[in-house]
Write a protein that binds this ligand. Structure first.
Ligand code: GDP
Ligand code: IMO
Ligand code: MG
Length: 429
């Protein structure tokens, strides 16, 4: 009996939500440990789509879902997500949705600063989701953040908001040319959220650890992807948290020995939303076709996702950084109908052949992908439920990925619906 961490291996949107929902059948608790509502995790059950930005993707399986201390929470978004689920008959009440008392709160100034900075950066912008994620993590680190425990202490919260806003309003007005915020309006709005959310706020670290002791199974749900990690990603075109599996410990409050399996979610090709390097990006009709067939639009911002071939350099990096014990390949169906499939096996950086990911973005910009060609298939595979029934060329594509990565494929996804999945070797039973 082992717990499991689910992480994105590329630049996010690999299909983590679908797989968490599917595997959550065997979970007792599902915990988000980092990120915020920059994430958009899509689940489809019997044709009905639900997108969660903050609430763990175990919620529609009726599991105990928790938002860890490592998450930054926009309470208005959380409440609207809870209401949306309730309108569909899915319970996200205090019995099965818990929030860490130590989770940081996204305040209105975080969103204003995020957006005003991006405007100021112009073409050099990061392409953030504009949800205030970076500025909230910044304040956490500089120790001026506000956590749920402070929000629930009205006096302390009021004092905090008035104090912090002195500095933030100066910065907003004088440096960013943005509108200042009125502390009393912010206080009133957020005390309303406090009232609504108070019953959900707990010490979730203790609850998870007691659960583990009692034999409960925990799934840790990562957001974003390995190459958006603040330390290991394509800095500065990254998000502001550690997205790798190890951060499940810090962000949920458990020890490293409790993590168990680490399942990396791999999209059968590569996508990226927002700015930043992307060596195997396609700028031709093939890229457009993948974007269209894969419906590659951001689940949070609706932006078109950039598309490209599968890149083994980044996948090998993800294998090391996360300690992957298995992978899931998603969206294999999208590649049907392409004559030739390419897998990037290394980079040619002005004659230097590289199979590791350079830290320097200048160097990365000079890297040209080295491709291996594989024949495609024409069949629609979305109805296939047994590995043996896949077209030979689809099997060869999967085998080649396994060979190059040296990590077993445990699950294959051929459509957005929970049912459109082939479990080869369930990593969480
Ligand atoms: P996440 O952020 O990693 O949870 O991924 P997103 O939900 O942002 O994006 C994945 C998109 O692909 C969603 O629209 C899913 O419904 C969809 N999806 C997931 N798996 C598959 C699959 O195997 N095939 C197809 N065609 N779509 C999929
Ligand atoms: P899920 O969990 C894809 C990207 C943004 C931008 C960069 C920084 O759905 O896979 P931020 O708002 O975090 O400061 O933006 O990170 N980004 C994502 N891209 N999927 C996500 O989450 C993302 N979360 C953030 O587009 O490039
Ligand atoms: Mg997403």
């Amino acid at each position: 009996m082992s717990n499991i961490v689910i992480v994105g291996t590329q630049w996010g949107d690999e299909g983590k939500g679908k797989i968490v929902d599917q595997l959550a059948e065997n979970a007792d608790m599902v915990v988000r440990f980092q990120g915020g509502n920059n994430a958009g995790h899509t689940m489809v059950v019997k044709g009905e789509q639900i997108i969660c930005h903050l609430i763990p993707s175990g919620i529609i399986q009726g599991k105990t879902c928790m938002i860890g201390n490592g998450v930054v929470v926009d309470p208005a978004v959380l409440i609207s997500e809870m209401d949306n689920l309730a309108s569909k008959g899915i319970n996200a009440g205090p019995e099965n949705l818990l929030i860490s008392e130590r989770a940081q709160i996204i305040m209105p100034w975080h969103k204003s600063i995020d957006n005003a900075r991006e405007t100021m950066k112009g073409i050099k912008k990061i392409g953030t989701t504009g949800r205030g994620i970076g500025p909230c993590y910044e304040d956490k680190m500089n120790r001026s953040g506000i956590r749920f425990v402070e929000l629930l202490d009205t006096e302390e919260f009021e004092e905090n908001v008035r104090e912090v806003l002195k500095e933030k309003n100066f910065y907003l007005e004088k440096y960013l040319n943005a509108e200042p915020l009125d502390p009393e309006t912010v206080i009133k709005e957020y005390l309303g959220y406090a009232k609504r959310l108070a019953a959900h706020v707990k010490n979730i670290s203790v609850i998870i650890n007691n659960g583990i002791k009692a034999g409960k199974k925990v799934m840790f749900e990562g957001a974003q992807g390995t190459h958006l990690d603040i330390d290991h990603g394509t800095y500065p075109f990254v998000t502001s948290s550690n997205t790798v599996a190890g951060n499940a410990c810090c962000g949920a409050g458990v020890g490293p020995k409790e993590l168990g399996e680490v399942l990396g979610i791999v999209k059968a090709y590569t996508t990226r939303v927002g700015a930043g390097p992307f060596p195997s990006e396609l700028f031709d009709d093939v890229g457009n076709k993948i974007q269209e067939v894969g419906a590659e639009f951001g689940a949070t911002t609706g932006r078109k996702r950039r598309c490209g071939w599968l890149d083994m350099v980044i996948l090998k990096n993800a294998a090391i950084l996360n300690g992957l014990t298995g992978i899931t390949i998603t969206k294999l169906d999208v590649l049907g109908g392409l004559d030739t499939l390419k897998i990037c096996t290394g980079y040619d950086c002005k004659g230097e052949i590289m199979d590791t990911f350079p830290a320097s973005l200048k160097k990365l910009a000079k890297c040209k992908p080295i491709y291996e060609n594989l024949p495609g298939w024409t069949e629609d595979i979305s109805g296939v439920r047994n590995y043996d029934d896949l077209p030979e060329n689809a099997k060869n594509y999967l085998k080649r990925i396994e060979e190059l990565l040296e990590i077993p494929i445990k699950i294959i996804s051929v459509g957005p619906d929970r049912e459109e999945t082939m479990v080869i070797d369930n990593p969480f039973v």
